[in-house]
Write a protein that binds this ligand. Structure first.
Ligand code: ADP
Ligand code: TRP
Length: 321
């Protein structure tokens, strides 16, 4: 089964991104044929800053590998390294009714947020359909906001297949229902846009400062504390095994420890959990050529599949070679 996903190169990663998305991918590569790419053409619709986009693209590759995406187990590449995707995007545009795109929530939401309503933003789902159909992906793991985009890809595939036979695999989406929303330091959903994140690769001092800002109540040190409403507990739990969670609950209900103690514990948990990821990341940052070689090898694998598919598609629609 081929599972395909694109993860935006959107700067610093936080622990919500890790537990909500990246960890699932790392687990998935053990049991499926995982195709994972960095959609830098898509990122271009929201980031109009060339050096930043280039930097973010390489950083994303480094961060994913540091966190466990293994290019020997999965196919990892940068979207723009396989140009066939743009050709398919154009061909699929001819099988995409305007109404399908006009109904896209994501477009309307982005315009409402003040992003310029240009054509690439509008046709974003067609490029995403090309990403998916080019590689005959079966399953697309997505967050809720991306479900409609996969449905658009399905509609386009069905329309194309109606005309030409079973050319494209009709993809299905998979929403990770059991993945809980990771709270930010203020208890709301952790998100870049809320400024409440704990970044995975921040320095030791910065981590300490961030943890110090986790919002708690003012129960005095000696009194028992309610772990069910505590942001520090909710975050610590992500890093703990069942028996360790139980032990922490006991420390809360016993009293005699203040939030400072629990924050120090949380700090240590996060710092230790990502220790090997930090090391790998430092290595890749020091060896950018190795990263580029890995991405090129991934693109090569992806391109082989893409070029076979495009031979068939070109022929069917009448592009002469
Ligand atoms: P942000 O909200 O910080 O902009 P993104 O929208 O770029 O994050 O999310 C990238 C991925 O990380 C998505 O798959 C999303 O579902 C996941 N993710 C982001 N924040 C959280 C969170 N707080 N809890 C769980 N998953 C999250
Ligand atoms: N649009 C997706 C997002 O913003 C990223 C993406 C681009 C993608 N192409 C894709 C995801 C293909 C899955 C499959 O998160």
């Amino acid at each position: 089964m081929r599972v395909l996903t694109g993860i935006q190169p959107s700067g610093a990663l936080h622990i919500g991104n890790y537990f909500g998305a990246i960890k699932q991918m790392v687990d998935l590569q053990e049991k499926s044929d995982l195709f994972i790419f960095i959609p830098n053409y898509h990122a271009l619709t929201s980031l109009k800053n060339a050096p930043a986009l280039k930097q973010n693209t390489l950083d994303a590759a480094i961060n994913f590998m540091a966190l466990g995406i293994d290019p020997s187990k999965s196919t990892l590449w940068v979207q723009s390294d396989v140009k066939e995707v743009l050709e398919l995007y154009w061909i699929l545009s001819g099988y995409t009714p305007m109404g399908l795109l006009e109904r896209a929530h994501s477009y309307k939401d982005k315009v409402a947020k003040g992003i310029a309503a240009n054509h690439s933003l509008f046709s974003y789902p067609v490029l995403m359909a090309a990403d998916i159909l080019l590689y005959d992906a079966d399953v697309i793991p997505v967050g809720k906001d991306q479900i409609q985009h996969v449905e658009i890809a399905r509609d386009i595939a069905i329309k194309f297949n109606n005309d030409f036979g079973e050319i494209f695999t009709v993809p299905t989406f998979k929403v990770e229902e059991e993945v809980a929303t990771v709270p930010g330091i203020d208890g709301a959903k952790m998100s870049k846009s809320y400024g409440n994140t704990i970044d995975i690769f921040c320095g030791e001092k910065e981590l300490k400062k961030t943890i110090a800002r986790v919002v708690t109540d003012s129960t005095p040190l000696e009194e028992p504390k309610d772990y069910t409403t505590c942001n520090v507990f909710a975050l610590a739990k992500l890093f703990l095994k069942n028996d360790e969670v139980e032990a922490l609950k006991e420390r809360y209900t016993k009293g005699g420890e203040g939030y400072g103690h629990f924050k120090a514990y949380l700090n240590e948990l996060i710092w230790n959990y990502f220790a090997s990821a930090r090391e790998k990341r430092a290595y890749f940052l020091d060896h950018p050529n190795e990263v580029i070689e890995i991405l090129e090898a991934g693109a090569q694998k992806a391109r082989t599949i893409a070029s076979e598919k495009m031979k068939i598609v070109r022929d069917l629609v009448g592009i002469y070679r």
